[in-house]
Design a protein around this ligand. Structure first.
Ligand SMILES: Nc1nc2c(ncn2[C@@H]2O[C@H](COP(=O)(O)OP(=O)(O)OP(=O)(O)O)[C@@H](O)[C@H]2O)c(=O)[nH]1
Ligand SMILES: [Mg+2]
Length: 475
């Protein structure tokens, strides 16, 4: 019987096959010209196939596991290419099966021929992500680690790489398992009390503090996801302040080009002027707004309204004041607004004390202690202090400044955590409403089940199919 092909089966059908039955093969390097191309084999016949198509130069010495051997790829006695081949015996391999890796020359024709040779000798074309899927199904890694493999490959900056590598090492999976343990212990206590009411004088209410703790831990992971997402999609930074303090000048100085109109008169900016500002690994969506003041001008007033709304939604507010003149009522009103959004909405803010090229009358140190936020002296006109302001922004968003031990970056994980948190909230609600303990237990079971979708132990075939079908072939 000819070996089944990737076309004939998908992951869902594959999951019905007994594990370890097939030997799979794929090209693991990207298509196109390249110095090296790698063909990977995994399964019971991996060594046999590799030995049939690879002839080592030094045939006298025997192959040492995990060591590269130099030789030639041969097809019916004809040399096809030079290659380095390693044989990796189960179980300490990527898939936990016997694996062979053939390093030949890159380029489409060469690697494709090597793959064809392997297929002719009984290997089946691997499906996307099938090597990693085997590692998951054979229990070497959990589902979050399997997904991290693709995150490592897709990482475009240091932050993304660091969090993906962290997840690959199993940090998220371990955290989820410990949260699940806590839920299970509460659920077990409730179940025992339900089954043996005469022996246990117990109320789910007594476990409420523990459940609140678990819910808090999940919430922290969700918040870390919001933070990671913000870093991935860009930090919304809004420049606000009373008119004429130099907001538009600061936007231009930070961007290094003449983006917004600057004029001596107050009320120049009306609409929001936005642009993208790359800052090291960070991407900032920078926005300049209309100067905040009471005004009878309907259009200016609409501009002020828009600016305040944008500031309310921002991740970071840059509040600009003119350091060459005393702060007045208009500044104080903006300050109250900034303090309110910091306290109420947990926003980050920096005060930029502008016009430092002029004699300064504002005491920055005093202001800093009064505000409890970083203050940076700048001159947008002379382009002074702008680098310090950028450094302050970078510092605020530095991953090292956060106390999260686990950063959740995957949207699917954030969705699962949100559902788990809802189930826990529902359990807490059931306790508060004095509902029977069975209700609490059901909600806890739901939360437990949700979390298992991250580690994979409660993930159904269709979810696993969906995840691995997004992988690249050969991984
Ligand atoms: N000396 C000095 N003048 C500045 C500085 N920054 C801005 N200005 C001047 O201040 C005036 C107002 O600058 P803008 O950047 O338009 O101020 P704004 O806050 O955007 O003003 P509105 O859009 O009207 O709210 C202009 O004449 C600028 O040249 C600075 O650092 N030093
Ligand atoms: Mg302006």
């Amino acid at each position: 019987m000819s070996p089944p092909t990737a076309k004939a089966m998908n992951h869902l059908e594959m999951s019905l096959l007994p594990l370890n039955s097939d030997t799979i093969a794929a090209i693991s390097t990207p298509p196109g010209r390249g110095g090296i191309g790698i063909v990977r084999l995994s399964g019971p016949d991996a060594f046999r196939i590799a030995r049939e198509i690879f002839k080592p130069k030094n045939r006298a010495s025997s192959a040492k596991p995990f060591k590269l051997r130099y030789g030639h790829i041969v097809d019916d006695g004809n040399i096809l290419d030079e290659a380095l081949v390693s044989l990796m015996p189960a179980p300490k391999t990527y898939t936990t099966q016997n694996m062979a890796e053939i390093n030949c020359h890159g380029g489409n024709a060469c690697v494709r021929r090597v793959l064809e040779l392997a297929i002719r000798r009984g290997a089946r074309l691997a499906l996307p992500g099938e090597f990693t899927k085997l590692a998951f199904l054979c229990g070497r890694i959990d589902l979050s680690q399997a997904e991290a493999v693709m995150s490592v490959i897709g990482a475009e900056n240091d932050f993304a790489l660091k969090s993906a590598a962290d997840q690959l090492s199993g940090t998220l999976g371990n955290k989820i398992r410990s949260v699940k343990e806590e839920i299970l212990s509460v659920q077990a206590a409730i179940e025992v009390a339900i089954d043996y009411p005469e022996e246990f004088d117990f109320a789910a209410r007594s476990l409420k503090p523990k459940l609140i703790g678990v819910s808090g831990a999940i919430d922290k992971m969700i918040q870390s996801g919001v933070f990671s997402n913000m870093l991935a999609e860009g930090i919304n930074m809004v420049i606000i302040g009373k008119p004429n303090v130099g907001k538009s000048s600061l936007l231009n100085a930070m961007l290094g080009r003449d983006r917004a109109i600057v004029a001596e008169q107050s009320g120049t900016t009306r609409d929001i002027v936005s642009d993208r500002l790359p800052l090291g690994d960070l991407l900032i969506n920078i926005m300049d707004t209309a100067g905040i003041r009471e005004t009878c001008d309907a259009i200016e007033s609409m501009g002020v309204e828009r600016g305040l709304l944008a500031a309310g939604d921002a991740h970071l507010i840059i509040w600009v004041i003119d350091g060459s003149s005393q702060m007045d009522d208009e500044d104080e009103r903006v300050m109250e607004f900034v303090k309110k959004v910091i306290v109420d909405n947990g926003k980050l803010a920096i005060c930029a004390v502008n016009k430092k090229d002029l004699p300064t009358v504002v005491n920055t140190r005093h202001l800093r202690s009064r505000l409890g936020m970083p203050c940076v002296r700048v001159s947008a006109l002379a382009n002074e202090g702008v680098d310090e302001l950028k450094e302050e922004i970078t510092r605020l968003f530095s991953v090292d400044n956060r106390d999260d031990d686990t950063l959740v970056t995957n949207m699917r994980h954030i969705d699962v955590l949100t559902r788990a948190k809802q189930a826990l909230q529902s359990a807490l609600q059931a306790i508060d409403n004095g509902l029977p303990d069975d209700f609490v237990s059901l909600d806890l079971g739901e939360a437990y089940h949700c979390l298992g979708e991250i580690t994979g132990d409660t993930a159904g075939d269709d979810l696993i199919y969906r995840i691995f079908s997004t992988f690249c072939v050969g991984k």
